[in-house]
Design a protein around this ligand. Structure first.
Ligand code: PGA
Length: 247
């Protein structure tokens, strides 16, 4: 049975005190066996969170694909492994758009993370113009084929997919359940076409983009939506806990 996951993407927010306070409250939430919480924290809090960890996974929002060297200000995957971080985000639309992360870089990061046996939340999703012109399915299929489909079926076991329509991220506009379920089903079928049904059925596909305590239950009730990647609403432990309990 594929895992149900609710992940927090804290982005460039929170103080250390706030981060620890939210994390400790999440540690109190009781989970079912196939349920998981992951917190993608700013680098500077990772070590402190790991020290307090029982069952809430700690993930990094980014890393540099080079093993080591003269890359001032960057953090390598070995640094994350050293802190026993178990998960990374790759392909988030903010990295693609604000930091010009190309498909080549995304592929390289996926390979590096897999070499280090990291679990990966790989993000995909269309900009508004593609949805308005009815090209959203084609666009996301192309992202999957370009970024992801060089991986083997075995390597796909480390991949969790987050479908995050760019027009829904941080905007307060959420995809309707029909829009989200259509895309999630399509992503699963696309994976099945490439890797077969078993891989597709075992791949968790999360929804992200203005998911909140009010709309989470309806989204998570869709057959192909296995949880969420939550930005704004993960910065408050009460809201985020409601989202976890909506599963
Ligand atoms: P949001 O962000 O929930 O604030 O829309 C989601 C994300 O960027 O992962």
């Amino acid at each position: 049975m594929r895992k149900k996951i609710v992940a927090a993407n804290w982005k460039m927010n929170l103080t250390k005190k706030e981060a620890i306070s939210i994390y400790d409250k999440l540690e109190e939430v009781e989970l079912d066996d196939n349920q998981e919480i992951i917190v993608f924290s700013p680098y500077v809090f990772l070590d402190a969170l790991k020290q307090r960890q029982h069952h809430v996974k700690v993930g990094a929002q980014n890393f540099h694909p080079a093993a080591r060297g003269a890359y001032t200000g960057k953090v390598s995957i070995s640094h994350l492994v050293d802190l026993e971080i178990e998960c990374v985000l790759v392909g988030h639309s903010e990295r693609r758009m604000l930091f010009n992360e190309s498909s080549e870089v995304i592929k390289l990061k996926l390979d590096v993370a897999i070499q280090h046996k990291m679990e990966i939340i790989y993000c995909c999703g269309e900009p508004l113009i593609k949805r308005e012109t009815g090209k959203h399915l084609y666009f996301v299929k192309n992202q999957l084929e370009t970024d992801l489909f060089h991986l083997s079926a075995e390597q796909m076991k480390l991949i969790i997919i987050a479908y995050e329509p760019v027009w829904a991220i941080g905007t307060g506009v959420t995809a309707t359940t029909a829009q989200a379920e259509e895309m999630h089903k399509f992503i699963r079928e696309t994976i099945a076409g490439k890797y077969g049904n078993e891989v597709a059925e075992n791949t968790s596909i999360l929804y992200g983009g203005s998911c909140n305590a009010e709309n989470a239950a309806e989204l998570f009730a869709c057959p192909n939506i296995d949880g969420g990647l939550i930005g704004g609403a993960s910065l408050n432990s009460e809201d985020f806990t409601k989202i976890i309990l909506a599963q």
